[in-house]
Design a protein around this ligand. Structure first.
Ligand code: C2E
Ligand code: MG
Ligand code: MG
Ligand code: MG
Length: 294
């Protein structure tokens, strides 16, 4: 008893906790500055349709290099959420992602069906002006491009279907914005949001894809998600597709849209343009079972 309490008390003064606090402060100040000094950047990862060997879109992913070290968004996004910095950062991401898509379209690097996917954090999505800000940016960069923007929401964004969040959905959808549920299957257990929100895409989380060849539970979960998406009239895409085996398993299970290192790691806008130009020579395009010919 006493020993446990003693350990708990000690835990309170755990130096690693103090170190975590210091790192937090360090990153928080750094992030504020990075935004002001325009030191954030976006990388882009392609999405592929194995029915026709076609690139269908890209996901924009934030990158931050701070004092010569890359800081993972897994670490700084939650921090940005807690401090409210996610609002200006989120607007910067939307602007930069849509400007980039407009440039790619103007340069003929991608066609008119190619979309840009942007991740949206819950506090961003719940902000009362989110729909207006997003529409303003969309109209500025892509005035006549319905379907150009896909918003990736996590299940926690969809926890509470308030009248306001439904109105937000409605406004954006009428402007042609599409909605995907990111990391599908890892969030809250209630699925009732699937019938309350007008969604377009389920994104199978990479944790299910990773071991789908060896782990029958993962394979079963993936098949169930695909069946559910089909039944609900939603598209389904898999993230974290790293091997041909993954892609073939998914194709056989009825999931044709793929994203992951098998296609490419996230890359700069310049590299992405080159990637698109050379895409016909990508190994996946020569794999008959993955290019729609097999
Ligand atoms: P996410 O939206 O689920 O993005 C997928 C993550 O998986 C990305 O990590 C991507 O680089 C990584 N990934 C892609 N393909 C593979 C693969 O084949 N194997 C493996 N192991 N990983 C792969 P990243 O870029 O570190 O981003 C992590 C998370 O941070 C994102 O997860 C997203 O939740 C968040 N995030 C990133 N950028 C933004 C942003 O602009 N706004 C918001 N709100 N969140 C963001
Ligand atoms: Mg995402
Ligand atoms: Mg994801
Ligand atoms: Mg994820």
């Amino acid at each position: 008893e006493a020993k446990t309490r003693g350990r708990n008390t000690y835990h309170f003064y755990d130096p690693s906790l103090q170190q975590r606090g210091m790192r937090r402060l360090y990153l928080e100040n750094g992030l504020k500055q990075a935004l002001e000094l325009d030191q954030l950047s976006l990388y882009f990862q392609p999405k592929y349709d194995s029915r026709g060997a076609k690139l269908i879109g890209a996901e924009a992913l934030l990158r931050w290099r701070f004092q010569d070290v890359w800081v993972s968004p897994v670490e700084f996004i939650p921090l940005a959420e807690e401090t409210g910095l996610i609002l200006p950062i989120g607007e910067w991401v939307l602007e930069t992602a849509l400007r980039t898509l407009a440039e790619w379209r103007a340069a003929g690097i991608v066609d008119a069906h190619f979309h840009m996917a942007v991740n949206v954090a819950p506090s961003q999505f719940w902000h009362p002006r989110f729909a207006q800000h997003t529409l303003d940016i969309l109209r500025h960069f892509l005035p006549d491009a319905a379907g150009a923007l896909e918003l990736e929401l996590t299940e926690s964004c969809l926890l509470r279907p308030t009248e306001e969040s439904l109105r937000c959905f409605d406004r954006l959808r009428r402007a042609g914005v599409r909605f995907a549920v990111d990391d599908f299957g890892t969030g809250y257990s209630s699925l009732s949001y699937l019938k309350q929100f007008p969604l377009d895409v389920l994104k199978i989380d990479q944790s299910f894809v990773r071991d789908c060849i060896d782990d029958p539970s993962d394979a079963t979960i993936i098949r169930a998600i695909i069946a559910m998406a089909r039944g609900l009239g939603l598209e389904v895409i898999a993230e974290g597709v790293e091997t041909t085996e993954h892609a073939v398993f998914l194709r056989d299970a009825g999931c044709y849209l793929l994203q992951g290192y098998l296609l490419a790691k996230p890359m700069s806008a310049e590299m992405f343009a080159g990637f698109c130009r050379d895409f016909a020579r990508h190994p996946i395009c020569g794999t008959s079972v993955l290019n729609g010919t097999g």
